[in-house]
Design a protein around this ligand. Structure first.
Ligand code: UDP
Ligand code: MG
Length: 335
């Protein structure tokens, strides 16, 4: 485990986008739950470029909750990028991540930490054993998504485990070392292969406000998940080429039969065969090229996934070092 960063036992990362309505309820439940554990902790609230009063509400809570740290992203970067910012900023020996809308019960964090410490686990997943509060559409799309992802990542990926989980510092450092651009943590974390455990809970209803995951963001997450773990879509072009090649062979037989039985005009057969054959071979080549270009494209796009505009732990002087500024320029000049 990385040294010197273990003064804080637990970091709790909470990505939030336009969550001003949910915040009072979140703080009211999260704070006693964390105080009750009895270890040193920090709460890393990542404001994902909210357009409502999330930032101001957070600052208000900070006034009498020293453990609350606010990391504000310059622009809305999406849930997974906000999680990245939180994981990268966190300093705890264990790092839990939880949504801001209380769909995941904060009281379970104590259970996760206890399980990890007792059994020496690096990952504890929060697994939803009841999604009855989600809409039918959400349940069906989630079922499809987890089924497909388990085929890509392998059986070590628990189904129905979202982004409510606990990671050890070692696991966080392993995630930080990955060069991935569009991280999908629910796939990356099981893929790391650390010893893991599960804690079961019932998914509750969003406490206030509306979902920040419209269909477009759900599709984005699914596309990032597939392209991050599989080159299968690129291979479709190759398989198209191979299929047309065999179709051409069948047509070749047809053209030869047509020629032998005299149902052609002279020259037609050779032209037709050559055109079909070259077309198929070209498709195969384009498919192969596409496969490599896709890989190069992902590798060269080394853009940061988020920009931190403000971090209360770094950008604010400690309370004891507060400088009382003169009220007016004239006072400073002694006039
Ligand atoms: N979220 C975020 N950035 C976004 C969208 C969502 O930080 O662009 C946060 C959101 O505030 C919440 C979490 O991600 O804390 C999960 O989002 P939400 O609860 O809306 O998703 P759902 O539970 O409906 O899938
Ligand atoms: Mg939610």
């Amino acid at each position: 485990m990385t040294s010197a960063r273990t003064e804080i036992t637990l970091s709790v990362v909470i990505p939030m986008y336009n969550e001003e309505e949910a915040l009072p309820a979140l703080v009211a439940r999260l704070r006693p739950a964390l105080d009750g554990i009895g270890c040193t902790y920090e709460v890393v609230a990542v404001d994902d470029g909210s357009k409502d009063k999330t930032a101001a509400v957070l600052q208000d809570f900070r006034a009498d909750w020293a453990e609350l740290r606010v990391v504000k992203l310059r622009r809305n970067s999406g849930h997974q990028a906000a999680l990245t910012a939180g994981l990268h900023s966190s300093v705890g020996a264990y790092v839990a991540s939880i949504d801001a809308d209380l769909q995941d019960p904060p009281e379970k964090i104590a259970e996760m930490l206890e399980l990890a410490q007792r059994n020496g686990l690096d990952i504890v997943y929060g697994v939803r054993n009841d999604r009855s509060t989600d809409t039918g559409f959400k349940r069906r799309t989630a079922g499809l998504y987890y089924g497909l992802m388990r085929r890509l990542v392998g059986k070590q990926m628990p189904s129905q485990a979202g982004d409510f989980r606990l990671l050890s510092r070692e696991a966080v450092e392993a995630l930080k070392a990955l060069p991935d651009q569009q991280q999908v943590y629910r796939l990356l974390v099981p893929w790391l292969g650390f010893p893991s455990g599960e804690v079961y809970y019932q998914r509750e209803e969003r406490v206030a406000g509306e979902t920040k995951y419209p269909l477009s963001k759900m599709i984005r997450l699914a596309v990032d998940s597939i392209t991050g773990f599989s080159a299968a879509p690129l291979r479709i072009a190759t398989w198209l080429g191979v299929t047309s090649f065999f179709a051409c062979l069948a047509l070749l037989v047809f053209t030869v039969v047509a020629y032998v039985s005299g149902h052609t005009v002279p020259g037609w057969t050779s032209l037709f065969v050559a055109m079909l054959f070259i077309g198929a071979v070209q498709l195969i080549c384009v498919g192969l090229l596409g496969e490599y270009i896709g890989r190069i494209y992902t590798a060269v796009q080394k853009r940061p996934t988020y920009f931190i505009g403000y971090d209360s732990a770094k950008d604010e002087p400690a309370a004891s070092a507060t400088v009382i500024a003169p009220r007016h320029e004239s006072e400073r000049a002694g006039v």
